[in-house]
Design a binder for this molecule. Structure first.
Ligand code: GP9
Ligand code: MN
Length: 631
């Protein structure tokens, strides 16, 4: 046995194997961008440092326990790595503690989960098998050290850790302050130390609510007064155009703007939506961005309902569902609307049942309200066509005017559907996900067309406005190579931001003044915009978004990762681009992005403070009983 001859203690063998394995996984299985040799070096060193940190603790145990400890820690460590990898394939992100506690979602994710597994994932467990095997052998690979030796072995841990942190700080100053940059964290300190960091952050944010006080809400108020010019009650042309009409809000799953006017082998992907966006009765914002983070659909809902940013970590629907809000459904309830949500999934998914109750929806038609059979369901559940069809009777039973939100489901990752229901070819690229994406998009397009017809047939259409919004991207950065093949251009940071554009259309039957707006707007602007169209003045509100129709409304969208788009620039990943051309700006020219970036950071910070500190409990929105300040 070479290991026996080497007389190398198992904890050292484990450190080397586990460290190298982790490096290989970071380097070749995740899609971490490595920009220079220092980053490469840190990426190589940090797994060894982390592995030593975990395994060197064993020197304090007796020989038998040492073996047991090494077996189990290597297994648990590998599982952590494995789950992060699977999660990463779906979200291009790392697990955070709040996401872990979204246990309800785990069961629903099973079908996606299997498609996220790759055969090479077995590599992650090779060293565990070897460590397991060696630990069970007769020859003894444990260590017996005098106390001084143990202290020295532990001291090395701290040296390695300190060395890692110093290198990370050199490579990426302020790394630990920039909490939403999870990829940098993992690249620099490794996934294990990242989790320790995440745990510390979690404890800190819990403490924030307890420590929050009233003065913080004044800071928010002052900031918003200075930055939201249209909050002074300005009424633009479209004020009240949809007064007393029903609002049918459709959240279109995973729909990105690049689908518009695209075709596969000559077949239009979304003929219905292509026409609708340019129809006489439709106002379309072609530069509308999603601003979601880890909470995906639920984040998009949160942004629309509150005009606040979602959190950088976890889904606010989970982490802060009990907070005080001044949400859209509540405001509409107070203005004589009946409010409801239609979504054919478990009511507990994304903790919706709890959040909806808190923010004032009158009804929630979840999976149980629908007849789901093997014939009318695939993928995530009830298919969109059946979903809309079965919803009409509930819509008809509602008191008018109503506000009803529909959340579609069919066009969801992994976008797979039965061949006989598909009316467009698969795309042909190295990404199975992108190849399927067009088929389910086409399906949803057909479902929406039918829904419009059913609304007309049931007499609801004429008295309603229909708002359509994309919730978030469907194709993650992981598929950039295939995306670049489809679009025929390289996916730079600039293009990546462009790809975050999703549909936003307001369809007003009989309007005949349809228009395409170029202004850069985002989900955060939806709440004030809808209230404006409905003729509801909510002057007491605190919103980060602005009415999209207001003349003074600047082009400004802050994405949750700190990127932004304004009239002249697009900023992402530390790079400032010229908005019109996508040219990367350097030196002095790039400085133009700095003040806007500061505003973005400030805005995200203030919005986070509201949520973490539950600050709305200190503010009187003067609207309803539910929003009376409490402490
Ligand atoms: C789940 C559906 C999809 O109910 O809204 O959620 P997503 O994974 O897109 O956040
Ligand atoms: Mn979604």
């Amino acid at each position: 046995m070479p290991f026996q001859k080497l007389r190398m203690p198992l904890f050292i063998i484990a450190t080397i194997l586990f460290g190298l394995k982790t490096y290989v996984v970071y380097r070749f299985m995740f899609d971490l961008s490595i920009e220079n040799s220092l980053q490469e070096f840190i990426l190589f060193v940090n797994p060894l440092a982390s592995a030593y940190l975990i395994f060197a603790i064993s020197v304090w145990l007796n020989p038998k326990r040492q073996m047991k400890y090494l077996r189990w820690t290597s297994l648990v460590g590998s599982l952590i790595l494995f789950f992060n990898l699977v999660f990463y394939r779906n979200f291009t992100d790392f697990i955070t503690i709040p996401v872990l506690f979204q246990g309800n979602n785990a069961a629903d994710l099973t079908s996606s989960f299997l498609t996220l597994l790759h055969i090479e994932d077995l590599i992650i467990f090779l060293d565990v098998a070897l460590i397991w095997y060696l630990s069970k052998q007769k020859f003894n690979l444990s260590v017996r050290m005098p106390k001084r030796g143990k202290i020295a072995a532990t001291a090395v841990t701290f040296l390695l850790l300190a060395g890692n942190v110093v290198l990370a700080e050199i490579e990426r100053p302020m790394l630990f302050v920039r909490a939403f940059d999870r990829e940098y964290l993992v690249k620099n300190i490794g996934v294990y130390n990242y989790h320790l960091y995440d745990m510390t952050m979690q404890t800190k944010t819990r403490a924030q609510r307890v420590l929050a006080d009233e003065s913080e809400i004044s800071e928010v108020e002052t900031y918003l007064d200075e930055h939201s010019p249209d909050r002074k009650g300005e009424k633009a042309d479209l004020f009240g155009i949809a007064e007393d009409k029903n609002v049918i809000f459709v959240s279109v799953e995973s729909f990105q703007n690049f689908l518009f006017d695209s075709n596969i082998n000559g077949t239009e992907t979304t003929p219905f939506l292509n026409d609708l966006k340019e129809s006489q009765d439709t106002i379309w914002f072609k530069n509308f961005y999603h601003q979601t983070a880890q909470g995906k659909t639920s984040d998009s809902e949160f942004i629309v309902e509150n005009s606040l940013y979602p959190l950088g970590r976890g889904a606010v629907y989970f982490t802060h569902a009990q907070n005080e809000y001044n949400a859209l459904p509540e405001i509409l309830n107070n203005n004589g609307y009946e409010t409801s949500v239609f979504h054919a999934n478990n009511k507990s998914f994304w903790n919706r049942d709890v959040m909806y109750e808190n923010i004032g929806y009158d009804e929630f038609y979840g999976e149980q309200s629908f007849e789901v059979t093997p014939e009318n369901s695939f993928g995530w559940g009830l298919e969109d066509k059946a979903f809309f069809e079965q919803s009409i009777k509930y819509l008809q039973s509602q008191e008018q005017p109503f506000y009803s939100k529909f959340i579609t489901l069919t066009h969801h990752f992994p976008f797979e559907m039965p061949e006989e229901k598909a009316n467009i070819d698969l795309y042909d690229s190295g990404s199975n996900t992108l190849n399927h994406y067009f088929q389910t998009a086409r399906y949803t397009d057909e479902a929406l067309e039918q829904f419009f017809q059913q609304l007309k047939d049931s007499g609801i259409y004429e008295d309603s406005i229909i708002v359509m919004m994309g919730d978030h991207y469907g194709i993650s950065e992981f598929h950039n190579k295939a995306m670049s093949q489809f679009l025929g251009k390289e996916i730079t940071g600039y293009e990546h931001v462009q790809l975050q554009r999703v549909p936003f259309m307001v369809h007003i039957p009989g309007y005949e003044n349809g228009q395409v707006y170029e202004k850069a707007v985002g989900q955060i602007d939806v709440k004030p915009t809808l209230l404006h169209l409905l003729g509801i003045e909510a002057e007491q509100d605190l919103t980060f978004g602005e009415n999209m129709f207001a003349e003074q409304k600047d082009d400004f969208v802050a994405l949750r990762d700190g990127s932004f788009i304004n009239e002249a620039y697009v900023f992402t990943d530390g790079i400032c681009y010229e908005r019109e051309t996508g040219t990367e700006l350097v030196d002095e020219q790039a400085e133009a992005c700095t003040p806007v970036k500061e505003q973005v950071d400030k805005e995200l910070q203030l919005s986070d403070n509201i949520i973490y500190g539950d600050l709305f409990r200190f503010y009187d929105f003067g609207q309803s009983d539910e929003s009376t300040p409490s402490s």
